[in-house]
Design a binder for this molecule. Sequence first.
Ligand code: FMN
Length: 187
Amino acid sequence: MRRRLVVGISGASGILYGVRLLQVLRGFPGWETHLVISRAAVRTLAIELPEWPLEAVRDLADFVHDVEDLAAPLASGTFLTEGMVVAPCSMRTLSAVAQGHCGDLLTRAADVTLKERRRLVLVPRESPLHLGHLRNMLAVTEMGGILVPPVVSFYQRPQSVLDVVDHTVGKVLDLFGLDHTLFQRWG
Ligand SMILES: Cc1cc2nc3c(=O)[nH]c(=O)nc-3n(C[C@H](O)[C@H](O)[C@H](O)COP(=O)(O)O)c2cc1C
């Protein structure tokens, strides 16, 4: 059986992080991806990546689940996965995860990931941050989630936006033990 990874894409800026993650994960035949895209992410995708129609993004995943479908497999802890990544993660989704609000499949799947003590990785994107954002990040961290802010690693001397994105995507893959060459390792 292939190992399952849930990928959530929410409506923050930086939709490319989610798209690139899905692209890279296709290179791991032992893994299958389960994608959930929020309604806001569909909007942000159209604004930020007009060259990527929604269908093309959906085609990158092995399985796509409707964000409104709270009866989807991902809504239950009995559906076994290795964990979930939300990239990018909006402050709305971060807040819902921090407070345990499960109003849609994306936030329910994240909640399931936490309650089953599986790995939950959020790539939060907002700037500047107010105290509520920071408290939500703290709450998710206290529950076992991992925050991977998409920060630029200048020491890697990135030459393109893709270099910048790949660094964060590589950090996410590291957290799931997926071997990659998206960036050069120090030393
Ligand atoms: C072009 C665009 C960029 C946005 N960037 C951000 C962002 O960087 N961070 C954020 O938290 N929300 C951002 N938003 C707002 C979210 O899309 C909005 O809060 C939405 O309700 C999030 O819903 P979701 O969490 O269900 O995806 C952006 C919206 C648009 C249209």
